[in-house]
Design a protein around this ligand. Structure first.
Ligand SMILES: Cc1ncc(COP(=O)(O)O)c(C=O)c1O
Length: 416
């Protein structure tokens, strides 16, 4: 392979970030509006006609955007995960299948409900391998928690097919993929319940915050009760009748101030996605398909958000060498998401809950038991050592995409 033309000048990446890099006058206006009215709590007063507007507007716009019947804002994506599990009445003696390659709270939320996370291999899309559902299902399995990893939808058709065959509920974790789609329908409307995160690194952000969505009114009512100390306030009765008995819930409500920022960001996230997609597709088209490079295969390439570009090298050593070459050319390519296999995480290495009696692993001795050790996940281990991930941000310009494409070709040639 011949080396591409030398790059004209030293290059440094633009400031990173998606929603956080797009914060501006719109967020300021809505946040100031909340402060000037002095209404920071979403429920004062209880009269739906005079309820403060930010959280309810955010929920309304979210419902319309994703195409679901009900949306409930929460204090974080992790809180939304606990709300989702509780809304489906998942608890002790239940098992939930979850990809081993996923964010911390995909496991901690299940453990905190007293249920047992059952770790699954990913496939080359870096999402749950649908075939794992057949391998891991037991009489205790209640649900599958699907993560749309870094902007790209999992294969929801195959996952729903396998879940339905076994009578399982499906939870979509869309924290890293708001607005992404599968077969032209937004992620989040393919399952029983779904969640989003507005944490600082996410495509739309309010620093912290989350969203729960569902199409089912009883599930919505349970979610509301879980997020508000078991209560179902009059505001929610305009959307669903109060039919479920009260239970002891948590306190995971969103504040008006958080919602003001999230609402401004919601109105920007489609533009952020279009921008990332354009640069993402440009880099792929420019690099093409050189020997030894395999792009992350996506179940629906047209629906990806495009804020991180993934490709594989034939070996882990070559991937490390390519990463080093890219870094030397100024291209950030470390695993920025903080995702790494759950079986390496401290909370799974100990297998503990905050009280020994609550750990769903307490009867599995010795610990870590089969299914919770690196050697049980040869495919996840192999894939996650061989990929290179290159971020694309809101502040990136077409010339930055050109530099990244040239740098990838240079790195391949240098390490061949
Ligand atoms: C896949 C996934 N699920 C859940 C979460 C949890 O969201 P939060 O940080 O808002 O609690 C995150 C974000 O960090 C995530 O990436």
């Amino acid at each position: 392979m011949s080396l591409p033309a030398p790059l004209p000048a030293p290059w440094s990446p633009p400031p990173a970030g998606l929603g956080s890099a797009a914060i501006g006058a719109e967020e300021e206006k809505l946040a100031l509006d909340v402060l000037r009215r002095g209404e920071l709590f979403r429920y004062y007063g209880d009269d739906p006609a005079h309820a403060p507007p930010m959280v309810s507007s955010l929920e309304q716009e979210f419902r319309e955007w994703i195409g679901v019947n009900f949306a409930l804002a929460t204090s974080s994506g992790t809180a939304a995960l606990e709300v989702a599990l509780a809304s489906l009445a998942i608890g002790p003696d239940d098992e939930v299948i979850v990809p081993a390659w996923s964010w911390l709270s995909c496991v901690t939320a299940i453990v905190r409900m007293g249920a047992r996370p059952v770790l699954a291999e990913i496939d080359a899309s870096l999402n749950l391998d649908p075939a794992e559902i057949d391998r891991l299902v037991t009489p205790h399995t209640r649900a599958v928690l699907v993560v749309h990893y870094q902007g790209a939808a999992a294969d929801m058709a195959a996952i729903n097919d396998r879940a339905e065959a076994h009578g399982l509920r499906v939870i979509e974790d869309c924290a890293e993929a708001p607005g992404a789609s599968f077969r032209e329908r937004c992620v989040g409307c393919w399952s029983d319940v779904a969640i989003y995160s507005f944490q600082h690194n996410k495509p739309m952000t309010a620093g912290e915050g989350g969203m729960f969505v569902t199409n089912d009114s009883r599930t919505y009512e349970r979610a509301v009760r879980m997020h508000d100390l078991g209560q179902f306030r009059p505001h929610h009765e305009q959307f669903a009748a109060a039919l479920e008995p009260a239970f002891s819930g948590a306190q995971y409500r969103m504040s008006e101030l958080t919602a003001a920022v999230a609402l401004a960001q919601r109105r920007k996230v489609d533009a952020i996605m279009a921008h990332c997609r354009e640069l993402h597709d440009h880099i792929i088209a420019t690099v093409g398909e050189p020997a030894d490079l395999t792009w992350r295969p996506l179940p629906d390439p047209d629906g990806t958000f495009g804020f991180e570009l993934y490709f594989y090298l034939p070996t882990a050593d070559r991937a490390a060498a390519v990463r080093a070459s890219l870094a030397a050319q100024g291209v950030p390519c470390q695993q920025r998401t903080g995702t790494y296999p759950q079986y390496h995480r401290p909370h799974l290495l100990t297998g503990r809950a905050h009280h020994p009696g609550l750990s769903p692993f307490r009867d599995l001795r010795p610990w870590p038991a089969p299914g919770y050790r690196a050697k049980d996940f040869p495919r996840t281990e192999d894939l996650t050592r061989r990929f290179v991930a290159v971020p694309i941000g809101w502040r990136y310009q077409p010339e930055d995409a050109d530099h990244i494409a040239a740098a990838i070709l240079t790195a391949l040639a240098e390490t061949a």
